[in-house]
Design a binder for this molecule. Sequence first.
Ligand SMILES: Nc1ncnc2c1ncn2[C@@H]1O[C@H](COP(=O)(O)OP(=O)(O)OP(=O)(O)O)[C@@H](O)[C@H]1O
Ligand SMILES: [Mg+2]
Length: 374
Amino acid sequence: MKRNHYAETVFMSKVSLHQVAKFYDNYHAVQDISLDIPDNAFVVLVGPSGCGKSTTLRMIAGLEDISRGEIRIGDRVVNQLPPAERDIAMVFQNYALYPHMTVRQNIAFGLKQRRLPAAEIARRIDNIAKLLNIETLLDRKPRNMSGGQRQRVAMGRAMVRSPAVFLFDEPLSNLDASLRVRMRTEIKRLHQAVPTTTIYVTHDQTEAMTLADIVVVMNGGRIEQYGPPQQLYHSPDTRFVAGFIGSPAMNFFPATLTLTEGTPTIMLAGDIRLPLLTAHFPADLQVGKPLTVGIRPEHWTLSGDDNACLQVTVDVVEPLGQETLVYFRHGGEDYCVRLDASFDGAPGETLKLYPCRDKIHLFDLESGLRLLID
Ligand SMILES: Nc1ncnc2c1ncn2[C@@H]1O[C@H](COP(=O)(O)OP(=O)(O)OP(=O)(O)O)[C@@H](O)[C@H]1O
Ligand SMILES: [Mg+2]
């Protein structure tokens, strides 16, 4: 048993899912997912709409029955436990504060139900209000506050209970863009100050990357890949993960693998040759194999080896201040490169783009799986 700095008792709170599935009638919304979440980790479930994120979170919370499998929180199997006995606190997209109660009453509500002494309730509210910077709002009603302030109160109401696990379902999606970025940092700071196992759902990959110790990418009810943010960015296991993580998204080109005078070479559409670096030969090199080549927008330069460059016509230029995004079309597809802010090309101009050859990703065209490098 440990104590966190504001002196509530915290239990060991690993969360593990073992082959957990959810059927709605015949629809397989979550397909046998297994995941071990270490104590105090911040885990983000991310993926496109309908991929099963909320369903997974609601099964952990006990708001949704599981069709098969096992969920553990700490050392207990919680499959049959009602939400109130799982020692979790959940924050939703619509904060669902009680409109007729003040902030103080909203935060105190759950503690009163648990019949904590008044002095203890007051002490906890003081601590949380300081932590969340809402001390001056305690006597206000929710309708007299901004979205960001309401969001803090909703978090306060969850945190004051000192649960073993926090569950968040898109808690920032009702906020405007700048407030969302501020609250994101705030949530990360809070987790650093009061480490608690947290499972956070979002469809926004930037939110996932910035908050998570471990990002879990879901797709069609399955886990595509999970790992630290940098690992997903540098070594995506599948084309889906490669395209989902990173903004602007990775560029994909159809290609085949050939040998040019003994050197494995990627042939992009339009007869463009990209000789592979020795270190990047696929382990199961098959000449003629159809591939998808992935190159991130940030992995191109404007000079290099003329035998390995793509000549394109500039379509759109977006100067962002610190960098410039340049869009072009190739083989009927739209692509984007991220260039230095000093780039001063204009639409219609011809541009030679040189991919960083040590940053190229290769995927099997059919399966979408990454071709493993020796
Ligand atoms: N009560 C229900 N009955 C039938 N199907 C459901 C039910 N709840 C969810 N689904 C389906 O299960 C799938 C997963 O839904 P879920 O809400 O988990 O997606 P999500 O990843 O949270 O998506 P979003 O980003 O849109 O919130 C979806 O196809 C959805 O239509
Ligand atoms: Mg959802």
